[in-house]
Design a protein around this ligand. Structure first.
Ligand code: S3P
Length: 176
């Protein structure tokens, strides 16, 4: 029986915020994959990208997800690019239900602009264009990985968490 709740989706779709609410409501630990990566590397994500490059970051991400997927009854918030390596989804799927959060590019821009500089992939002249391009490229990866999809464009964090809990209650083979 699966017992992890795994949040995937593009940057700024609410994975961390919704993950926090789910972890509090369901009394489960929140595993923030980006935080684990920063701990393993001993530096921030922008510094990993700058010093070691994206490929190295993706290797650390594979390791952090491998460790997270071993646990039970957790909420796991992944980084937006976790879906790009199939091995991550294969491992997460063994122990968890995968929830894909989506949002419109303009909303993503608004949300991510608040934390300027923390996301190297959006640290460009034309962030909206970058969001649109990357989302288009990644869409099939998110859709293939998802067991459940929730659009957070118009939802508050609490109502997105409510929707997820409702869907999980009805999800066969999941231990809520
Ligand atoms: C990334 C998303 C980020 C972080 C890194 C790369 C991506 O996480 O892992 O900057 O490739 O989409 P969030 O989705 O939590 O911002």
């Amino acid at each position: 029986m699966k017992s992890n709740i795994v949040l995937i989706g593009f940057m700024g779709t609410g994975k961390t915020a919704v993950g926090l609410v789910l972890s509090q409501r369901l009394n489960r630990p929140l595993i923030e994959v980006d935080e684990t990566i920063e701990k393993i590397a001993g530096k921030t994500i922008p510094d990993i990208f700058q010093d070691d490059g994206e490929i190295h970051f993706r290797e650390l991400e594979i390791e952090a997800i491998r460790m997270a997927a071993k646990g039970e009854k957790q909420v796991i918030a992944c980084g937006g690019g976790a879906v790009l390596n199939t091995i991550n989804i294969e491992r997460l799927r063994l122990t968890g239900v995968i929830i894909n959060l989506t949002a419109a590019p303009k909303i993503i821009l608004k949300r991510t602009a608040k934390e300027n500089g923390s996301r190297p992939l959006l640290d460009v002249e034309q962030p909206l264009e970058r969001i649109k391009e990357l989302s288009k490229f990644r869409k099939p990866f998110y859709e293939r990985a998802a067991d459940i999809t929730i659009n957070t464009s118009k939802s508050s964090i609490d109502s997105a968490a409510d929707k997820i809990i409702d869907r999980l209650k009805k999800y066969e083979g999941f231990n809520l």
